[in-house]
Design a protein around this ligand. Structure first.
Ligand code: ZN
Ligand code: ZN
Length: 417
């Protein structure tokens, strides 16, 4: 039986104490999947985009209930939204590749179409608006990223990826685009022209969401491979840290730069709040070997050694904390290791387990994330950090508004700064 090294994780509090998101409001009434949600900051309202072709704005009424103030049907399903509270402009990306711009009335009772771009041949997967440079960005499953001038509507640039674009964040001059192959392409826009800075490749499945912490210059990518990776873009050393706490496809991410938190959600309904105010350790690269690096038994593909030594080949595993290629019996220990991002139990080798047992003081297993079960897969999420409010949309077609102030303001517990 596997040795379980540390039980604290099952009872103990995280580095952020016992704080939890608190459910404030539920908004029912959607009849189809909700593809995007946006929470307003100046008014109590939520935009939604749904597969029933509707774009809706729900506002909170005096009776504390949210009711639709705008209920607008698009020609085909809207896939993503972008709203500028400064200009009252709403961008709606559609499944057919069109992007619409609306002017929203300042009483929030109507929206009027002001422009339309037929810029893509596939579903829109990301929208962005850089007010200062007057550029509107869109990316699509058709593999292209296009930017238009927001003043004269003219197309000013484009870039083509090898894979379908699945997510985008912009902080000019940088544009980050995730794709179906699991890569993140980093572009620098100079004089409206794209320059490839780098391609970040570590995920093993499609990128589903990107979020940017402009304070720390850190990019987070979430993927169908269940993993979140934190890319230290500003550090300039190419450091990347894994955040491993989901047991399903990560569907959406929101960074909280001021609070130094990251919110992530998955297809099974797990919402996690990560403490990003702690020092984290990079995960080791997996070593390659034809024999177990601990007991020297050959792995099953090493026929020559199996034949000469008359032994049966073993299955290969990797120790998650040192990267050694080892056999099952040399790697029969399961533990969390939050400094490396392992919030759920992973396999580690007997040597690493021995070191943890002998010097527990050197291995702080205090969780660095708060898990919260919503019990319905989460399709979209948006954070208004200044208000401490988070909105989620579920596979059950219910929009939920959460108070996350306690989670964001709780002091971070461990680690250096
Ligand atoms: Zn072994
Ligand atoms: Zn090890």
């Amino acid at each position: 039986m596997a040795a379980i090294i540390n039980q604290r994780v099952d009872q103990g509090e995280s580095s952020m104490g016992g704080a939890k998101p608190t459910l404030l409001h539920k908004i029912a009434g959607h009849v189809a999947r909700i593809n995007d949600v946006i929470l307003l900051s100046k008014d109590e309202g939520v935009w939604t985009a749904s597969d029933d072709r509707s774009v809706r704005l729900y506002l909170k009424r005096d009776n504390d209930q949210f009711w639709p103030s705008i209920h607008h049907f698009m020609p085909v399903a809207p896939t993503c939204l972008f709203y500028s509270e400064e200009t009252y402009k709403l961008l709606v990306g559609l499944i057919n590749g069109n992007v619409y711009e609306f002017n929203v009335a300042d009483d929030f009772n109507s929206m009027t179409e002001s422009r339309k771009w037929t810029c893509h041949a596939g579903p829109i997967s990301g929208l962005g608006f850089a007010l200062s440079s007057e550029l509107i960005f869109s990316c699509s499953r058709d593999k292209s990223i296009v930017w238009h001038c927001s003043e004269n509507s003219n197309k000013v640039g484009s870039y083509l990826l090898e894979n379908s674009c699945t997510a985008m964040v912009i902080d000019l001059p940088f544009v980050f685009v995730g794709d179906h192959g699991g890569h993140v392409t980093v572009l620098r826009i100079i004089d409206n022209q794209p320059n490839l800075v780098s391609k970040l490749s570590a995920h093993t499945n499609s990128i589903t969401s990107l979020t940017w912490d402009g304070n720390k210059k850190v990019l987070y990518s979430g993927s169908s491979d269940h993993l979140i990776i934190m890319w230290d873009i500003g550090g300039g050393k190419g450091e990347a840290y894994e955040l491993n706490g989901h047991n399903g496809k990560v569907t959406t991410l929101c960074a909280a730069p001021a609070a130094k938190r990251l919110f992530s959600a998955d297809e099974h309904g797990k919402l996690m709040c990560w403490d990003m105010d702690v020092r984290r350790v990079e995960t080791p690269e997996w070593k390659t070997s034809d024999c177990c690096q601990k007991c020297n038994q050959p792995f099953f593909w090493n026929l020559q050694a199996m034949w000469q030594r008359k032994v049966v080949g073993l299955r290969q595993h990797h120790c998650r904390t040192c990267g050694s290629a080892v056999c099952g019996s040399c790697c029969d220990n399961w533990t969390t290791y939050p400094p490396m991002g392992y919030e759920t139990k992973v396999r580690i080798c007997n040597d690493c387990a021995g070191r943890m047992k002998e010097n527990p003081g050197n291995f702080d297993l205090t969780p660095l994330a708060i898990p919260h079960e919503i019990r319905t897969g989460i399709t979209a999420m948006h954070l208004q950090e200044t208000l401490g409010l988070l909105v989620t949309s579920g596979q059950n077609r219910v929009v939920m508004i959460w108070d996350v102030r306690s989670v964001c303001s709780a002091p971070s517990g461990s680690g250096g700064h």
